[in-house]
Design a protein around this ligand. Sequence first.
Ligand code: GDP
Length: 304
Amino acid sequence: ESLDQGLQKTKESFLSKITKAVAGKSSVDDEVLDSLEEALVTADVGIETTVQIIERIEKRVSRDKYLNTSELNNILQDEIRGVLVDAPESNTYSFQSDLPNKPYVILVVGVNGVGKTTTIGKLAYNFKKAGKSVLLGAADTFRAAAVDQLTIWSDRVGVPIVKQDMGSDPAAVAFDTVQSGVARGTDVIIIDTAGRLHNKAHLMDELGKIRRVIQKVIPNAPHEVLLVLDGSTGQNALEQAKHFTATTEVSALAITKLDGTAKGGVVLAIANQFKIPVKFIGVGEKMEDLLVFDKHEFVDSLFS
Ligand code: GDP
């Protein structure tokens, strides 16, 4: 799906809420700003980010007393873009670019069900399409289904996978994967991890152990720790981001399931509140449905 198609529901609700906020008004007064604030919060933009946006608009309104509501739309676009532009740079990424390390090791973390396995499959597809060799590591050994699903993706995309029996040590699988990747001269190694949230200390230990064994083979790896969040859960995704960033070092975010949800505003909240770039967004279940996140395109699409 394209970005515009993927964001269809978010766009519809976002624009209709904003249109309602300014309906029947000729100038931007406190009441309009209050309704706009409410509209942004209910569009899952999040309180903190909404307050920032509203404050910036208030400043502009006080500078230009004769601002009318038709101009408000443009200003809102500007300010939302401003909030995203202040977030770390993330739109220079491409699958075709040379990677800074070979092999380039990506550790993928996130709660079960958010679309971790699917995102790994999509990443593998994109890297392979760009001419890079890929190896998958099935280090979520707690659920048989996780290994099975990743195996299905490895077949579908046509990339090798390293796995062991269910219940084996996740760190041992990660170690095997990285060693095998080095031996094969693989460009990109993508490792799946278990994402149970009920025990934070255990998760932290486990991810720490996986990191350490990877570093036995490649000292500066993993080169990327990608946290996958389910955008359709709105503010829950924000909570998960808080939890994981407190548990482990996260270097990039993927936000999935933006198709079929009106909660896409959460991308703005996440990009603004975490000093971690949103690199990918998921807009469908197929391997083609992963997009490299570009904040300008995203804002353009919200308002188109
Ligand atoms: P995991 O438990 O985190 O590994 O989650 P899975 O990758 O198995 O995905 C859970 C469900 O979400 C599956 O049915 C996927 O097809 C679906 N899914 C994953 N990403 C997306 C997406 O971007 N859009 C949609 N609509 N579904 C998705």
